[in-house]
Design a protein around this ligand. Structure first.
Ligand code: ATP
Length: 369
């Protein structure tokens, strides 16, 4: 009999609720592997984050960075705490270094409404919100991180960097995603978000988008300025399919996207490059609720679904595809049937209750098969 595939996963729980939702996700993934079969996980835990920096002076060691390069994938909780900072006032954010070091250029943030949970938008069409935000993650305005200058206490400069290579690859990623979504019945449209009416760098970004889009005739391509997009995402978020933008705009729009479907605890993400990938909830360490058991682990579970999908695509693993579908369906059913309501939606279900409910849902379904 064939041996099950074994995936070595680097686990970086980090700070605050990152630790809590990561522990919940590992329980869910182990249970899922046992139910579906055909693959298993070897978890390799590594320290890192703001607490690690306070205790050791190092936010993420060189050895850990090296180990991440050798892992099959990385599961990441959240890092950073507002009261532990570098001397210049910025927060400890090794996730930004990981993105650059491992060249994780596509920040993939699916935004989807879940049946059974209250939606902040009253328009019934909000139930159909289902788009993917692709955030470029290796340059843009974040290129300025660690390079900014305050000159003579009088002015400060941070520089936005847009390169042809960095733009082409992220546009290709978005356009290919739209092609695949079209095959699954979505509109197959990519909207490039920029501020090309003001900045030379953004006009360059848009020009490269138009060039790349011509190579994908099956995909509809259009543009929107970032300010108009802030409005459109509140007025008609259901009309978007794939959105692609530079690093800083993507950072802001991903929180707006999470807000559209009810909260940070529902927004997963994958940081994906050509060789490596990291999966993490879009939220931060949420120190205001850390230790209370109130964190919603769903974003972390949905990030785990993305990791399984990535394995399925990369290694042609049907077992991982089955597992991704089983976990995705279990999460949907858990909310649809009203089994749990997270605190951030005004309910009283915490991390443990949601984790139990999701595990029960895929176990029940496995028995039915
Ligand atoms: P960062 O800048 O590190 O991404 P942030 O400033 O966006 O962090 P978060 O830590 O994401 O802040 O938290 C923002 C708000 O959302 C907080 O009030 C927090 O309690 C809430 N929140 C975030 N994640 C969750 C979650 N998983 N479950 C419930 N509430 C959450």
């Amino acid at each position: 009999m064939a041996q099950p595939s074994r995936f070595e996963i680097a686990v970086l729980p980090g700070d605050g609720i990152g630790v809590e939702v990561t522990a919940a996700a590992l329980d869910v993934l182990d249970a899922l592997a046992a139910v579906v079969g055909g693959f298993r996980f070897a978890w390799r835990h590594y320290p890192g984050g703001a607490r690690a920096y306070r205790d050791t002076g190092v936010a993420l060691s060189d050895e850990t960075m090296k180990a991440l390069e050798n892992a099959d994938a990385i599961l990441f909780g959240a890092m950073g705490l507002p009261d532990i900072r570098y001397a210049d006032g910025t927060e400890i954010a090794p996730q930004l270094d990981i993105r650059v070091n491992l060249d994780l250029y596509a920040g993939v943030r699916p935004i989807r409404a879940f049946a059974g949970l209250p939606c902040p938008l009253s328009d019934p069409r909000a139930a159909g919100i289902d788009f993917v935000l692709i955030r470029e993650q290796t340059e843009g305005l974040f290129y300025a991180r660690g390079r900014g200058q305050v000159i003579a206490g009088q002015e400060a400069h941070d520089t936005m960097r847009i390169t042809r290579k960095g733009s082409e690859r992220v546009f290709d990623f978005a356009l290919r995603l739209a092609e695949r979504r079209k095959e699954r019945g979505r509109s197959g449209r990519v909207t490039c978000v920029d501020k090309s009416n003001v900045f030379t760098s953004m006009a360059f970004f848009r020009r490269i988008f138009d060039e790349q889009a011509r190579r994908f005739p099956a995909v509809a391509a259009d543009h929107c300025y970032i300010d108009a997009m802030a409005l459109n995402l509140v007025h008609q978020p259901w009309s978007y399919d794939v959105i692609v933008t530079e690093n800083m705009f993507g950072d802001i729009l991903s929180d707006l996207g999470a807000g559209l479907v009810g909260g940070m605890g529902m927004a997963p993400s994958g940081d994906i490059g050509d060789r490596h990938a990291l999966f993490q909830p879009a939220h931060g360490s949420a120190p205001d609720i850390a230790g209370t058991g109130k964190a919603n682990p769903t974003a972390m579970f949905l990030s785990a679904v993305m990791m399984l999908e990535w394995f399925a695509e990369r290694h042609g693993q049907t077992a991982c595809r089955d597992a991704a579908d089983a976990l995705g369906r279990a999460i949907e059913r858990t909310f649809q049937q009203g089994r749990v309501k997270p605190f951030e939606f005004g309910g009283s279900s915490g991390t443990a209750a949601i984790t139990r409910a999701v595990m029960d849902a895929f176990r029940v379904n496995a028995r039915k098969r």
